[in-house]
Design a protein around this ligand. Sequence first.
Ligand code: NAP
Length: 280
Amino acid sequence: MEQTTIPQITLNNGVTIPQLGFGVFQIPPAETKDAVLAALEAGYRHIDTAQMYGNEREVGEAVRESGVPREDVFVTSKLNNNAHDPEVARTATARSIDALGIGPLDLYLIHWPMPGVGDYVETWRAMERFAEDGHARAVGVSNFQPAHLERLFAETDIVPAVNQIEVHPYLSQVSLREFNRSHGIATEAWSPIAQGDVLDDAVLGSVAAETDRTVAQVTLRWHLQHGNIVFPKSVTPARIAENAALFDFALTAEQMARIDALNVDRRRGPHPDEFTMIPD
Ligand SMILES: NC(=O)c1ccc[n+]([C@@H]2O[C@H](COP(=O)([O-])OP(=O)(O)OC[C@H]3O[C@@H](n4cnc5c(N)ncnc54)[C@H](OP(=O)(O)O)[C@@H]3O)[C@@H](O)[C@H]2O)c1
């Protein structure tokens, strides 16, 4: 696959992001470098990591050793849930940048709003300062509901560039995606194949048969045609390549509608309003 075939999305501050990336959640540090190198070899130019994943150092090693110029790889990390206090956030951010060892981040997100634990508005003001100080080319949020975003719009200066939320055919998030879009916020879809949950779906299976593609490819193509930014995770080189072979076919409006109809509002992760515990 040619890297040039991956579309770019222009964020609200003019920064461009490849619409397809590679996620590294739950990849153990010892396996991360090889997985990211395989992804870069397969043509991915966007990596999604987080302080919580514990593998930023290995992501950075892979980017540095890949031979791909740094400016050609878009790297996202996320502020951990135990680092919302602005002073703690400053230290955590410095540690992330040091661990990655590739200069400023391309995108830096608040991982979860954690309502009830601290004040994510104060945390967002710290994120604004990180952007102003050149630590990230763009800043955004993850798992924010409209009420959380409305407070940022009212009380702070920068509109988040992205909102990274759980989206897949069983949780299509029509209204939140539309809310994001109406405010100029790009939607990033985490767990785009529902961590494998959608792979045995009969409707997706029939669309896969009609298009001579796999269920994973059909599902990822559905995301792309809805404008979502996706970063499927895999440690399996054949799947890493499969998940990037998405740009030489298209779903019809009728196939898109059949997949849209699969929504049952079923989450893999917690609801952001209820997720207030600091995980282990
Ligand atoms: N912001 C947040 O709160 C948040 C939360 C969750 C995830 N994320 C981000 O979203 C990324 C993707 O989500 P995810 O890792 O949860 O789940 P996912 O990408 O939806 O699914 C990953 C799972 O599917 C399997 N898989 C991948 N491609 C496949 C294929 N072509 N055929 C069959 N099985 C396949 C993988 O297995 P193998 O690895 O064994 O091949 C793995 O078990 C994460 O890595 C992370 O960057 C963010």
